[in-house]
Unconditional design. Structure first.
Length: 758
């Protein structure tokens, strides 16, 4: 029974009705499988019109258009006052209205594919609608007041990241924000205790130093911010002027740093990590159950009863996969079918059908085995004893080690003085060796395989060597031109040549595991980059409204008196103006981001806060304190917690059961190539092509494939696979309503330890 109460799947009609019902069942099942494949959580309606709208909603062009309008909307801050690239108010207003229209259209489209009650209960839809209305109201008021020369604040600009967070396309960012939100109550008590410690030390500083003419500690509201920025040891000497009066006062500051910086902050990170890990795994396990529910729905639509069990027939399975992945090659599809239909019965049972989404997510790399051109043009020469010996030497591991050593020696020579004739002449020797290395590899390995799309290091070596060779030849040719310093070009190339050391690092197995893990977690780290961007954007807009024009930057050669005080007399004699921090201002979006980056790394935070407080009000320091708490204390610590969890999982998790099944089947079909056989484009004539047996295997002839290494995975996938391994194959999980409401106590009633330790 579908969500709208209509029975589907098994009923049959004659003529056009039967054909329509068949096509609709297939589209509906494909929608469920596609949702499971991409971890989409959209409770769409199951009417024919809603299904067609849902496919159109998920089309890549619609998603690209949504991201385009979100990017345009966010970038308007670059062109609005205070602007980096000023545009007329009419132009930016029209662009914003167009973006809001696109957002509203996308929201209406979404409302037509999900039940009305679900739409109005979804908080993110309400947030988008309210933000659209508030933005339009603010825009109308702003333009009306500007028309009569009354300046006002565009407060709605700080709400623009709401669209980035709340559209379904940004489900990863939204899920991570939800994890942060769920983590905050758990860490609140630790943060309150830390704040209490900070206030106690501030009060002690007030009593100890307030009556001793130490200007920095005259009253509590000043001492608290100063100690807050002493916490990460930024400007620590600058906040302890009492040390000038007596050496013993330093013990007070040392005690403060030990307790708050090294103990409290470490405990804070531990609490953040533990609680964030718990909520993250609860979210991932929710996704695992949702995926299983989607696949069960798809199975129930296409199943037929054969004997005592329900199965999906091979023809239906093929049509389903073709609908979900229309670009999949016939050989790839045949391989997945052979894995799903283990007994080659022409049917796929429920357990094998449920892992179809995982099979579709695994990237199977097909390798076309090609003969070397020289083997076709001059087979007698290429297969001669001398030629085979050269190929054997190049394929040997020692050949790689020798050139790794050469690269290390070359790095030492680069570090020496280039003006020494012996050193400069040695560069020609190293370049010659590198050229010989590439020529030998091209002679041994098939060129098109050697420079394949996945052979990054081969392209990297070739480009670096060609660039160095061209620059060296050009430098020697035009060295006689006295007015041209070609050595600068050569210096750049020599620096780039050092990057070849990365190839040496990759060749060491333990290094390779670490580097691969870092590459693996890289894409998911971008999700938290989105969090930082959202915080930066909101704070930048608020900062521009509060501080723009208060600090001006003048050219260093400008001699006017205003240049010495950053265009504001209130900064006269301040450390801000003496340090020439005039360019660190909020006069446009780019400058604001630079200031916020400096605040994030806690670089002269106190100096910047004092400067902007002088040109506005002492209460302006609350802006910098709030940014420090939100970004540095909360987001950065949660980011560290995520990196730790992601690295531990990616570093230690072995291949999943699904990938093991695919690799096993690949080897059984005789189309498998080992990982080392494809390095440097090696697969040519050394592949074991076993007998493929029946006629179905003939469809796989000419297909050679391997499962890509871990660098192709995402951390979300790894965590989800780990959670799925804890779920029994026959466990269908709690009801869909329980999962969507996401109550961990309901989802894990038999596993109380999961909530506390995850």
């Amino acid at each position: 029974v579908c969500g709208d109460g209509r029975s589907i799947g098994m009923g049959k009609k004659n003529g056009d009705g039967e054909e329509f019902n068949f096509k609709f069942d297939l589209l509906l099942a494909a929608a469920y499988v596609s949702d499971a494949q991409y971890n989409r959580n959209v409770p769409f309606k199951t009417s024919p019109r809603a299904i067609r709208l849902y496919y159109f909603y998920n089309h890549w062009t619609m998603q690209a258009a949504t991201y385009f309008f979100i990017s345009v909307h966010l970038s308007l801050a670059l062109f609005e006052k205070p602007a980096l690239f000023p545009l007329p108010l009419l132009a930016t207003s029209i662009a914003e209205v167009l973006c809001l229209t696109a957002f509203f259209g996308r929201l209406v489209h979404f409302a037509k594919i999900i039940p009305q009650m679900v739409f109005w209960k979804d908080t993110k839809n309400i947030c988008i609608m309210v933000t659209i209305v508030l933005t339009l109201v603010d825009l109308i008021l702003y333009r009306s007041l500007e028309a009569v020369n009354i300046h006002c604040i565009r407060w709605s600009r700080a709400l623009r990241p709401v669209f980035l967070i709340n559209f379904p396309e940004s489900h990863q960012i939204r899920r991570a924000f939800r994890s942060i939100r769920n983590t905050l109550p758990d860490i609140l008590y630790v943060f309150l205790l830390f704040t209490f410690s900070l206030l106690v030390f501030s009060l002690m500083a007030l009593k100890l130093f307030g009556d001793r003419r130490v200007h920095s500690w005259q009253f509590l509201p000043v001492s608290s911010p100063k100690f807050g920025h002493c916490l990460p040891c930024s400007n620590t000497p600058g906040v302890m002027p009492a040390y000038d009066f007596n050496w013993w006062y330093s013990l007070y500051f040392i005690t403060y740093i030990i307790i708050n910086t090294y103990i409290f902050m470490s405990v804070f990170l531990a609490v953040v990590y533990n609680n964030y890990r718990k909520h993250l795994k609860n979210e991932i396990r929710k996704l695992a159950y949702l995926k299983r529910h989607k696949m069960i729905e798809a199975f129930n639509i296409l199943k037929v009863k054969v004997g005592p069990e329900f199965v999906v027939e091979e023809a239906q399975w093929r049509r389903l996969v073709r609908t979900v992945a229309p670009d999949m090659s016939l050989r790839h599809l045949e391989l997945l079918l052979r894995i799903s239909d283990e007994g080659q019965t022409g049917r796929v049972d429920k357990m094998n059908f449920l892992r179809l989404a995982d099979l579709l997510n695994i990237q199977v790399v097909t390798i076309n085995i090609k003969r070397h051109p020289l083997e076709a043009w001059a087979p007698q020469i290429y297969k001669s004893s001398a030629s085979l010996l050269v190929q054997k030497v190049v394929r040997h591991r020692i050949f790689v080690w020798v050139f790794d050593v050469i690269i290390l020696i070359n790095a030492i020579f680069i570090a020496l003085d280039e003006k020494i004739p012996f050193i400069s002449h040695a560069e020609w020797l190293f370049l010659s060796l590198y050229v010989i290395e590439i020529l030998l590899k091209l002679y041994t390995y098939e060129p098109r395989a050697y420079f394949g799309r996945k052979q990054f290091w081969n392209w990297f070596d070739m480009l670096i060597i060609i660039a160095a060779l061209v620059a060296t030849v050009a430098n020697a040719t035009i060295q006689s031109a006295s007015k041209y310093n070609s050595q600068q070009i050569l210096d750049i190339i020599l620096i780039l040549r050092i990057l070849r050391l990365l190839r040496v690092i990759i060749s060491v197995q333990r290094f390779q595991v670490i580097v691969t893990t870092l590459i693996n977690i890289g894409p998911t780290m971008l999700t938290f980059g989105g969090h930082v961007f959202v915080a930066y954007y909101a704070f930048a807009i608020v900062g521009m409204e509060m501080f723009h024009g208060k600090v001006q930057f003048f050219d260093p050669n400008f001699t006017a008196p205003d240049a010495l005080v950053c265009g504001n007399p209130a900064l006269k004699g301040s450390a801000f103006s003496r340090g020439r921090y005039c360019k660190n201002n909020f006069n446009d979006l780019a400058s604001s981001f630079v200031v916020l980056m400096e605040l994030t790394v806690v670089n002269h935070v106190l100096l910047l806060a004092d400067g902007f407080a002088l040109v506005t009000h002492q209460a302006a320091k609350l802006y910098f304190i709030l940014f420090h708490i939100v970004v540095v204390v909360i987001i950065v610590n949660i980011f560290i917690a995520f990196i730790l969890e992601a690295f531990f999982v990616a570093y230690s998790l072995e291949k999943s059961e699904v990938e093991t099944a695919i690799e096993k089947k690949i080897q059984e079909l005789g189309v498998g190539i080992q990982e080392e056989e494809v390095q440097d484009g090696k697969p040519t004539d050394h592949v074991d092509t076993k007998d493929r047996g029946d006629n179905k295997r003939k469809a796989l002839e000419g297909l050679y494939c391997r499962i890509p290494s871990r660098k192709y995975r995402t951390v979300d996938t790894l965590l989800q696979r780990m959670c799925e391994s804890e779920i029994a194959p026959e466990d269908e999980g709690p009801s869909l309503d329980v999962i969507l409401n996401f109550s961990p106590s309901d989802i894990y009633p038999k596993n109380p330890n999961f909530e506390t330790s995850a």
